[in-house]
Design a binder for this molecule. Structure first.
Ligand code: SAH
Length: 253
Protein backbone atom coordinates (compact mmCIF):
# COMPACT_ATOMS: atom_id res chain seq x y z
CA UNK A 1 0.00 0.00 0.00
CA UNK A 2 1.24 3.45 -0.84
CA UNK A 3 -0.52 5.50 1.83
CA UNK A 4 1.05 6.60 5.04
CA UNK A 5 -0.41 7.41 8.44
CA UNK A 6 1.61 9.54 10.81
CA UNK A 7 0.35 10.05 14.35
CA UNK A 8 1.79 13.36 15.46
CA UNK A 9 2.21 14.86 18.92
CA UNK A 10 1.95 18.67 18.88
CA UNK A 11 3.38 19.23 22.36
CA UNK A 12 1.63 21.17 25.13
CA UNK A 13 0.91 24.35 23.16
CA UNK A 14 3.93 26.59 22.61
CA UNK A 15 5.29 26.48 19.06
CA UNK A 16 8.80 25.95 20.39
CA UNK A 17 7.70 22.81 22.18
CA UNK A 18 6.72 21.07 18.95
CA UNK A 19 9.58 18.92 17.66
CA UNK A 20 11.10 19.52 14.20
CA UNK A 21 10.08 15.94 13.33
CA UNK A 22 6.43 16.79 14.10
CA UNK A 23 6.59 19.99 12.04
CA UNK A 24 8.04 18.08 9.08
CA UNK A 25 5.41 15.34 9.36
CA UNK A 26 2.60 17.94 9.33
CA UNK A 27 4.10 19.72 6.30
CA UNK A 28 4.36 16.43 4.38
CA UNK A 29 0.71 15.46 4.91
CA UNK A 30 -2.02 15.72 2.27
CA UNK A 31 -4.72 15.25 4.92
CA UNK A 32 -4.91 16.31 8.57
CA UNK A 33 -7.24 14.49 10.94
CA UNK A 34 -7.97 15.53 14.51
CA UNK A 35 -9.98 17.33 17.11
CA UNK A 36 -10.79 20.87 15.93
CA UNK A 37 -8.91 22.59 18.79
CA UNK A 38 -5.70 20.71 17.94
CA UNK A 39 -6.03 21.19 14.16
CA UNK A 40 -6.33 24.94 14.80
CA UNK A 41 -2.75 24.83 16.08
CA UNK A 42 -1.44 23.62 12.70
CA UNK A 43 -0.67 26.44 10.21
CA UNK A 44 -3.09 26.52 7.26
CA UNK A 45 -1.81 25.11 3.99
CA UNK A 46 -4.01 25.34 0.89
CA UNK A 47 -3.03 21.95 -0.59
CA UNK A 48 -4.03 20.10 2.58
CA UNK A 49 -7.49 18.76 3.40
CA UNK A 50 -8.57 19.14 7.03
CA UNK A 51 -10.89 16.60 8.64
CA UNK A 52 -11.84 18.22 11.93
CA UNK A 53 -14.03 16.32 14.35
CA UNK A 54 -15.41 16.34 17.86
CA UNK A 55 -13.10 15.01 20.57
CA UNK A 56 -15.38 12.17 21.67
CA UNK A 57 -15.26 10.00 18.57
CA UNK A 58 -11.65 8.85 18.64
CA UNK A 59 -12.19 5.39 17.18
CA UNK A 60 -14.28 6.72 14.27
CA UNK A 61 -11.62 9.31 13.62
CA UNK A 62 -8.92 6.63 13.66
CA UNK A 63 -10.85 4.46 11.16
CA UNK A 64 -11.43 7.45 8.92
CA UNK A 65 -7.71 8.26 8.96
CA UNK A 66 -6.82 4.63 8.15
CA UNK A 67 -9.21 4.51 5.20
CA UNK A 68 -7.75 7.74 3.82
CA UNK A 69 -4.24 6.28 4.12
CA UNK A 70 -5.43 3.03 2.50
CA UNK A 71 -6.69 5.13 -0.42
CA UNK A 72 -3.15 6.41 -0.92
CA UNK A 73 -3.24 9.69 1.01
CA UNK A 74 -0.46 10.95 3.30
CA UNK A 75 -2.42 11.37 6.51
CA UNK A 76 -1.34 13.05 9.73
CA UNK A 77 -3.47 12.43 12.82
CA UNK A 78 -2.80 15.08 15.43
CA UNK A 79 -2.90 14.92 19.23
CA UNK A 80 -1.80 17.42 21.84
CA UNK A 81 1.25 16.55 23.90
CA UNK A 82 2.41 13.04 23.09
CA UNK A 83 0.06 11.01 20.85
CA UNK A 84 0.64 7.86 22.90
CA UNK A 85 -0.44 9.39 26.24
CA UNK A 86 -4.26 9.30 26.62
CA UNK A 87 -4.54 10.25 22.96
CA UNK A 88 -4.97 9.08 19.37
CA UNK A 89 -2.17 6.53 18.93
CA UNK A 90 -3.93 3.76 20.90
CA UNK A 91 -7.19 4.47 19.09
CA UNK A 92 -5.40 3.99 15.76
CA UNK A 93 -3.85 0.67 16.82
CA UNK A 94 -7.17 -0.48 18.27
CA UNK A 95 -8.74 0.23 14.87
CA UNK A 96 -5.90 -1.61 13.09
CA UNK A 97 -6.23 -4.67 15.34
CA UNK A 98 -9.98 -5.01 14.83
CA UNK A 99 -10.35 -3.47 11.38
CA UNK A 100 -9.68 -4.20 7.71
CA UNK A 101 -6.71 -6.65 7.55
CA UNK A 102 -5.15 -4.64 4.71
CA UNK A 103 -4.57 -1.76 7.19
CA UNK A 104 -1.75 -3.83 8.68
CA UNK A 105 0.20 -3.23 5.47
CA UNK A 106 0.12 0.57 5.89
CA UNK A 107 3.17 2.58 6.78
CA UNK A 108 2.20 3.84 10.26
CA UNK A 109 4.61 6.14 12.09
CA UNK A 110 4.24 7.63 15.58
CA UNK A 111 5.94 10.99 16.10
CA UNK A 112 6.39 11.66 19.82
CA UNK A 113 5.64 14.96 21.51
CA UNK A 114 6.32 16.67 24.81
CA UNK A 115 3.58 15.43 27.10
CA UNK A 116 1.85 17.79 29.56
CA UNK A 117 3.56 16.11 32.51
CA UNK A 118 7.04 16.94 31.19
CA UNK A 119 6.17 20.52 30.27
CA UNK A 120 4.68 20.99 33.76
CA UNK A 121 7.59 19.36 35.57
CA UNK A 122 10.06 21.58 33.74
CA UNK A 123 8.24 24.72 34.96
CA UNK A 124 8.50 23.55 38.56
CA UNK A 125 12.07 22.30 38.74
CA UNK A 126 12.51 18.53 38.95
CA UNK A 127 9.48 16.98 40.66
CA UNK A 128 9.85 13.78 38.57
CA UNK A 129 13.45 13.18 39.68
CA UNK A 130 12.58 9.82 41.21
CA UNK A 131 9.90 7.21 40.42
CA UNK A 132 6.58 8.59 39.23
CA UNK A 133 3.39 7.47 37.56
CA UNK A 134 0.78 8.98 35.32
CA UNK A 135 -2.98 8.38 35.60
CA UNK A 136 -6.03 9.68 33.82
CA UNK A 137 -8.82 10.66 36.20
CA UNK A 138 -11.39 10.26 33.47
CA UNK A 139 -13.98 7.58 34.06
CA UNK A 140 -15.15 7.67 30.45
CA UNK A 141 -13.10 4.57 29.63
CA UNK A 142 -12.64 2.92 33.05
CA UNK A 143 -14.73 2.65 36.22
CA UNK A 144 -13.93 5.24 38.87
CA UNK A 145 -13.26 2.59 41.54
CA UNK A 146 -10.35 1.39 39.37
CA UNK A 147 -9.04 4.97 39.36
CA UNK A 148 -9.24 5.15 43.16
CA UNK A 149 -7.60 1.73 43.61
CA UNK A 150 -4.69 2.75 41.35
CA UNK A 151 -4.30 6.07 43.16
CA UNK A 152 -4.21 4.31 46.52
CA UNK A 153 -1.59 1.85 45.26
CA UNK A 154 0.55 4.59 43.65
CA UNK A 155 0.51 6.85 46.71
CA UNK A 156 1.19 3.93 49.07
CA UNK A 157 4.15 2.87 46.91
CA UNK A 158 5.74 6.33 47.12
CA UNK A 159 5.30 7.44 43.51
CA UNK A 160 4.95 11.07 42.51
CA UNK A 161 1.59 11.10 40.70
CA UNK A 162 0.52 13.12 37.66
CA UNK A 163 -3.22 13.30 36.96
CA UNK A 164 -4.38 13.95 33.41
CA UNK A 165 -8.05 14.74 32.67
CA UNK A 166 -8.37 15.94 36.25
CA UNK A 167 -11.66 17.76 35.70
CA UNK A 168 -14.13 18.93 33.12
CA UNK A 169 -17.66 20.30 33.10
CA UNK A 170 -18.97 16.76 32.61
CA UNK A 171 -16.72 15.38 35.39
CA UNK A 172 -16.71 17.99 38.15
CA UNK A 173 -16.36 15.80 41.28
CA UNK A 174 -13.62 13.26 40.49
CA UNK A 175 -10.65 15.34 41.62
CA UNK A 176 -12.20 16.00 45.03
CA UNK A 177 -12.79 12.26 45.44
CA UNK A 178 -9.21 11.52 44.37
CA UNK A 179 -7.75 13.98 46.88
CA UNK A 180 -9.95 12.51 49.63
CA UNK A 181 -8.49 9.07 48.93
CA UNK A 182 -4.93 10.42 49.06
CA UNK A 183 -5.27 12.50 52.24
CA UNK A 184 -5.11 9.59 54.72
CA UNK A 185 -2.09 8.10 52.88
CA UNK A 186 0.19 11.12 52.37
CA UNK A 187 1.23 13.93 54.75
CA UNK A 188 -0.93 17.08 54.60
CA UNK A 189 2.18 19.06 53.61
CA UNK A 190 2.74 16.98 50.44
CA UNK A 191 3.14 19.42 47.54
CA UNK A 192 0.24 19.56 45.07
CA UNK A 193 0.42 21.52 41.83
CA UNK A 194 -2.48 22.67 39.68
CA UNK A 195 -0.89 23.47 36.32
CA UNK A 196 -3.24 24.91 33.70
CA UNK A 197 -2.56 25.61 30.01
CA UNK A 198 1.17 25.07 30.40
CA UNK A 199 3.29 26.82 27.77
CA UNK A 200 0.28 28.77 26.48
CA UNK A 201 -0.52 32.46 26.91
CA UNK A 202 -2.92 31.89 29.78
CA UNK A 203 -0.68 29.46 31.68
CA UNK A 204 -1.46 29.34 35.40
CA UNK A 205 0.49 27.41 38.04
CA UNK A 206 -0.58 27.03 41.65
CA UNK A 207 1.67 25.26 44.10
CA UNK A 208 -0.22 24.24 47.22
CA UNK A 209 -0.39 21.26 49.57
CA UNK A 210 -2.54 18.19 49.85
CA UNK A 211 -4.10 19.71 52.97
CA UNK A 212 -5.06 22.95 51.20
CA UNK A 213 -5.65 21.90 47.56
CA UNK A 214 -8.97 23.16 46.20
CA UNK A 215 -10.24 20.77 43.51
CA UNK A 216 -12.61 23.45 42.16
CA UNK A 217 -9.54 25.27 40.77
CA UNK A 218 -8.92 22.55 38.13
CA UNK A 219 -10.49 22.46 34.66
CA UNK A 220 -10.03 20.41 31.50
CA UNK A 221 -6.74 22.12 30.71
CA UNK A 222 -5.23 21.37 34.12
CA UNK A 223 -2.64 18.77 34.98
CA UNK A 224 -2.45 17.94 38.68
CA UNK A 225 0.85 16.86 40.14
CA UNK A 226 1.01 15.29 43.60
CA UNK A 227 4.39 14.94 45.23
CA UNK A 228 5.61 11.96 47.17
CA UNK A 229 6.56 12.19 50.84
CA UNK A 230 10.14 12.97 49.75
CA UNK A 231 9.35 15.78 47.26
CA UNK A 232 11.13 18.96 48.42
CA UNK A 233 9.95 22.56 48.16
CA UNK A 234 12.43 25.43 47.82
CA UNK A 235 10.83 28.78 48.63
CA UNK A 236 11.67 31.81 46.48
CA UNK A 237 10.78 35.42 47.18
CA UNK A 238 8.06 36.65 44.80
CA UNK A 239 8.14 33.52 42.65
CA UNK A 240 6.64 30.06 42.48
CA UNK A 241 8.69 27.72 44.70
CA UNK A 242 10.91 25.13 43.08
CA UNK A 243 9.88 21.53 43.60
CA UNK A 244 12.22 18.61 43.23
CA UNK A 245 12.20 14.97 44.16
CA UNK A 246 15.61 13.70 45.26
CA UNK A 247 17.18 11.05 43.03
CA UNK A 248 17.74 8.75 46.03
CA UNK A 249 15.12 6.83 47.96
CA UNK A 250 14.16 8.40 51.28
CA UNK A 251 13.03 5.77 53.78
CA UNK A 252 9.66 6.48 55.41
CA UNK A 253 9.97 7.54 59.06
N1 SAH B 1 -1.72 13.54 24.85
C1 SAH B 1 -1.75 14.62 25.83
C2 SAH B 1 -2.76 14.37 26.93
C3 SAH B 1 -4.20 14.35 26.45
S1 SAH B 1 -5.35 14.14 27.77
C4 SAH B 1 -0.34 14.81 26.41
O1 SAH B 1 0.52 13.96 26.22
O2 SAH B 1 -0.12 15.84 27.05
C5 SAH B 1 -5.84 15.83 28.07
C6 SAH B 1 -5.30 16.28 29.41
O3 SAH B 1 -3.91 16.57 29.29
C7 SAH B 1 -5.92 17.55 29.96
O4 SAH B 1 -7.13 17.29 30.64
C8 SAH B 1 -4.83 18.01 30.92
O5 SAH B 1 -4.89 17.23 32.12
C9 SAH B 1 -3.55 17.61 30.18
N2 SAH B 1 -2.97 18.71 29.40
C10 SAH B 1 -2.83 18.76 28.05
N3 SAH B 1 -2.20 19.90 27.68
C11 SAH B 1 -1.92 20.57 28.83
C12 SAH B 1 -1.24 21.82 29.10
N4 SAH B 1 -0.75 22.59 28.14
N5 SAH B 1 -1.15 22.19 30.41
C13 SAH B 1 -1.64 21.41 31.40
N6 SAH B 1 -2.26 20.23 31.18
C14 SAH B 1 -2.41 19.82 29.91
Amino acid sequence: MSGRLTIVGLGPGAAGMQTPQATAALAAATDLVGYTTYLDRVPQCSRQVRHASDNRVELDRARHALSLAAAGREVAVVSSGDPGVFAMASAVFEAVEHGDPTWRGLDIVVVPGISAVFATAARLGAPLGHDFCVLSLSDNLKPFDVVLARLTAAASAGFVIALYNAASRARPWQLAAALDVLRPILPAATPVVLAAAISREDERIEVTTLGDADPARADMRTLVLIGSASTRRIERRGATPWLYTPRFHVAAT
